[in-house]
Design a protein around this ligand. Structure first.
Ligand code: KG4
Ligand code: ZN
Length: 336
């Protein structure tokens, strides 16, 4: 009959629910929260309130889209962390209450493991073979992860300050672009010259990243140009976006190439919101051709936050019988 998992994701500002039958995605509903746009970033208090409003309609739609009655569900998977505590609490509490009412197991999922395991949702193309490297790039994290098995993952590189998505968002804010900035920078950069301007950035040893210096360099560069010409940002918007995007992607790729060479791994994946970036995807494909990699790029709906990825991680945990007690509490910071 198959395993039916209802998955809930509410770690930041997207309320999402998905239903999977084994590794096949039946529905994936995502409600974005427009309320944050006017503040130029996620306001945690408003995010948890919006989750409260969205959670039941989103779950109802996910069940309806999947054409499944709750009585057929095998388990409920939820994001336990990391993320905003107030946001997580809504999804965690809902998942517990629903699992208790249905008397079915509860499965906790780590948000970043979810991003990585999104590659195992059934599709026409093959999933990554173990061991593979996954560049996990989102608004909160930037990591190179060596994935030995579904739940055997080693973080071999990480950012020491800002995440790559945060760098995109901060640069967009400086340029007065709407939040989240990544998609807009990506769009404008398509019409710009990536070599128009260059910005200095920290070069760390090993596989670690640093993006806060790059953002500061961008800020000071713009501040100096604006003194000479108040319209500089408007006149050179596309070039500014293309140039900063080039620097971020270049930095991401350098460490990924280094790690792949050192560890002799040719199976390479990207995951997380920034993996939706068209320049990153293109650069990854080109680099992959040069080094003989097999590259894995998630579809747009599976790159930014979604419950489908929580569902697939939940499915593998369900198979192992790894259930979670009803007194589980969310965590805001990464624990593993
Ligand atoms: O994974 P995600 O949806 O949420 C977190 O777990 O943080 O990632 C959101 C991040 C934001 O910083 C957003 O600007 C970035 O992903 N992002 C992009 C693109 N689409 C989303 N960054 C660059 N280019 C994009 N096309
Ligand atoms: Zn995420």
């Amino acid at each position: 009959m198959g395993v039916y998992i209802l998955a809930i994701e509410s770690s930041c500002d997207d309320t999402s629910a998905a239903v999977l039958k084994d590794n096949v995605l039946l529905s994936n509903v995502i409600a974005n929260q427009d309320v944050h746009a006017q503040y130029g970033g996620v306001v945690p208090e408003l995010a948890s309130r919006a989750h409260q409003q969205n959670i039941i309609p989103v779950v109802s739609k996910a069940l309806a889209d999947a054409k499944i009655s709750p009585k057929y569900l095998s388990a409920i998977a939820f994001t336990r962390g990391p993320g905003l505590l107030g946001s997580l609490l809504v999804g965690v509490s809902f998942a517990k209450a629903f699992a208790y009412a249905l008397q079915i197991p509860l499965v906790e999922v780590d948000h970043l493991q979810g991003h990585i395991l999104s590659h195992f949702i059934y599709k026409d193309t093959p999933s990554p073979k173990f061991p593979f490297l996954c560049l996990c790039v989102s608004g909160g994290h930037t990591q190179i992860v060596k994935v030995n098995d579904y739940f055997d993952m080693e973080i071999i590189g990480t950012t020491i300050d800002d995440a790559a998505g945060e760098a995109f968002d901060k640069v967009a804010k400086i340029l007065d672009l709407p939040y989240p900035g990544g998609p807009m920078v990506d769009k404008l950069a398509k019409e710009g010259n990536p070599r128009a301007f260059s910005f200095s950035q920290a070069h760390l040893q090993g596989y670690n990243y640093s993006f806060s210096g790059l953002k500061t360099s961008f800020l000071y560069f713009l501040r100096d140009r604006l003194k000479e010409d108040a319209d500089f940002a408007q006149k050179h918007l596309n070039d500014l976006c293309a140039s900063i995007q080039y620097e971020i992607i270049n930095s991401l790729m350098k460490k990924l190439v280094l790690a792949a060479k050192d560890l002799k791994i040719k199976e390479i994946a990207i995951a997380g919101g920034v993996s939706a970036n068209s320049c990153l995807q293109q650069t990854l494909k080109e680099t992959g051709q040069r080094y003989g990699w097999t590259v894995h790029i998630p579809s747009l709906k599976l790159s930014t936050d979604n419950a489908a990825m929580i569902g697939i991680a939940g499915y593998y945990k369900y198979q192992k019988g790894e259930f979670c007690p009803l007194d589980a509490v969310p965590y805001s910071r990464q624990t593993k």
